[in-house]
Write a protein that binds this ligand. Structure first.
Ligand code: ADP
Ligand code: ZN
Length: 518
């Protein structure tokens, strides 16, 4: 017996109409087809599998990576009168037997299951005996080995195609660039023609990206615009989440740390406070992510460079799920780029993988350095597009550019003459002709580039060097001590001297705090 999807939409969810591509997707799956659904966070993916799961005969099986996520979904469905349950390793024995009784008698509409559980032989066998309306694989990007949410057990979901050949398979995700998309389709044996890719724009999120100048002061200024609101501050390291949370508390904020090194109970408690209390700031590593189901996250700040454009999009996408104006701020510095490059080069990954990683980093730096609309760069990465948005920092205040050809030549020449082994601060000091013992000891006060950069101040030189790193004219010397070295592109630039336009750094902002290094 097949029920009417539009009727379920109204009866269960209380909505009058499907939104965006939902209707098309539901129809497609109702007809027994597979589907790949790529839709931004908040786009309404859940209905796309829940409604056909209920409307088609049999029980819908939903693979979900997190127990907390399953629990939330099941609770919401039950509240709406849907017979839903979750099967995972945490389930006590008696509840487990009751659940299997419901499964066998056909009393359940939707069963959520963790991938590790589903893939157990005994479970697969039992599920093979009940009619299934569909199998939905939520957060399908978890199967991508190159992605930041990789789950080994997700990879084994490829066996489902052969085990349940007559059951429609759905894969859903909010994040997948073209290669990840292709990987998901190939792995789960879903045809290109079954892919539904919805627009990626999150128009209510305002994007801003700044160079790290005085990160704590920058963060403080950003948070000032969000008093009394909830948000997330992402950091790279566990230690930094602790330090930053503690510091924010001294500044009068209600901030909590969250990272993979904390014990489960403490992490859970912090997540619960974030979820339910008002105006809590979660200072987290990327361990805080999937399963956040808070519609009114008003801001997301990255105080270190995120892992990739995809990661950035997904992490900022946690803001503003309710559609109200929200803010995303990213701070990035020269050290971030050097560190990330070093991770890539020093990893044991095969060369092809490293190449992909380098391209991803370049794309991210391109977003950070663009003089155009951030949203256009962001969306184009996903094969989507938009007009200049008017709701990002570069649209609001187009960066000024200057002819940086001579400055770049001076900087590269200084890097070269000091032996390609010093860091940014040292190079800037030499360019400005600083009186410094180290410079004198190395005899760098006698080279031709000593003091040739006095037309720019320290801030400007730092910005110039950072842009040269982002443009890959200079790279962190990986064999040495992380000093700067001239890349092949940089050598070519010195030979050909093409005009190079650089961004003028924004003027120093008022309200100086004690300068912190990172
Ligand atoms: P996703 O899983 O893609 O992040 P959800 O499925 O959680 O998104 O949906 C996001 C929000 O949009 C939810 O509050 C949901 O109830 C709402 N929503 C989904 N579909 C519709 C619709 N057709 N009409 C109105 N609201 C909808
Ligand atoms: Zn814009």
């Amino acid at each position: 017996m097949t029920a009417d999807p539009t009727h379920i939409l109204k009866a269960v969810y209380g909505y009058d109409a499907f939104r965006g591509p939902q209707a098309e997707i539901v129809d497609h799956v109702m007809a027994g087809n597979n589907a790949f659904v790529l839709m931004p966070t908040g786009g309404g993916k859940s209905l796309c599998y829940q409604i056909p799961a209920m409307a088609r005969p049999g029980m819908g099986l939903v693979v979900s990576p997190l127990i907390a996520l399953m629990a939330d979904q099941v609770a919401a469905l039950r509240q709406a009168g849907v017979k839903a349950a979750a099967l995972n390793s945490d389930l006590p024995g008696d509840e487990r037997s009751a659940l299997w009784r419901d499964v066998s008698s056909g009393a359940l509409d939707i069963l959520y299951v963790a991938p590790e559980t589903l893939l157990r032989r005994d479970i697969l066998e039992r599920l093979g005996q009940v009619p299934l309306s569909l199998i939905a694989i939520d957060e399908a990007h978890c199967l991508s080995q190159w992605g930041h949410d990789f789950r080994p057990s997700y990879r084994q979901l490829d066996t489902l195609a052969a085990l349940f050949p007559d059951t429609p398979r759905m894969a859903l995700t909010a994040t997948a660039d073209a290669p990840t998309r292709a990987e998901i389709l190939a792995h789960l044996k879903i045809a290109e023609s079954d892919a539904f890719i919805a627009g990626f724009d999150r128009p209510n999120i305002r994007y801003a990206i700044q160079e790290k100048d005085n990160p704590r002061a920058q963060l403080k200024r950003f948070l000032k615009e969000h008093e009394g609101e909830s948000g997330i501050v992402y950091c790279l390291s566990k230690r930094k989440t602790e330090e930053t949370a503690a510091w924010l508390c001294t500044q009068g904020h209600d901030a909590l740390p969250y990272h993979g090194g904390m014990d489960k109970a403490a992490r859970g408690a912090n997540q619960a406070r974030f979820q339910h209390d008002e105006a809590v700031i979660m200072v987290a590593t990327i361990a805080f992510g999937m399963g956040i189901d808070k519609p009114d996250v008003r801001f997301v700040a990255h105080i270190d460079l995120p892992g990739s454009i995809e990661a950035y999009y997904q992490e900022t996408g946690r803001a503003g799920r309710d559609g109200l104006p929200s803010d995303a701020l990213m701070l990035h510095g020269y050290e971030d780029i050097a560190l990330r490059s070093r991770f890539i080069e020093e990893s044991d990954a095969p060369e092809q993988r490293k190449r992909t990683e380098r391209q991803k980093l370049d794309a991210l730096l391109g977003l950070a350095e663009t003089a155009g609309c951030r949203r256009q760069v962001l969306l184009s990465y996903f094969g989507d597009s938009c007009e200049p948005c008017g709701n990002c920092d570069t649209c609001a205040e187009p960066p000024r550019l200057f002819d940086g050809t001579i400055a770049a030549q001076k900087a590269l020449s200084c890097v070269h003459r000091t032996g390609e082994r010093f860091g940014q601060a040292y190079i800037v000091d030499v360019l400005l002709g600083a009186e410094d013992k180290r410079i004198a000891d190395f005899g760098h006060d006698r080279i031709s580039t000593y003091g040739i950069g006095k037309e720019h101040d320290k801030r400007t030189w730092r910005a110039i060097l950072r842009q040269l790193v982002a443009l890959r004219l200079i790279e962190a010397d990986l064999a040495g001590h992380g000093g700067l070295a001239i890349s092949e592109t940089g050598r070519q630039f010195l030979r050909e001297k093409p005009t190079l336009m650089l961004r003028v750094p924004p003027p120093p902002r008022a309200g100086r705090e004690k300068v912190s290094r990172n």
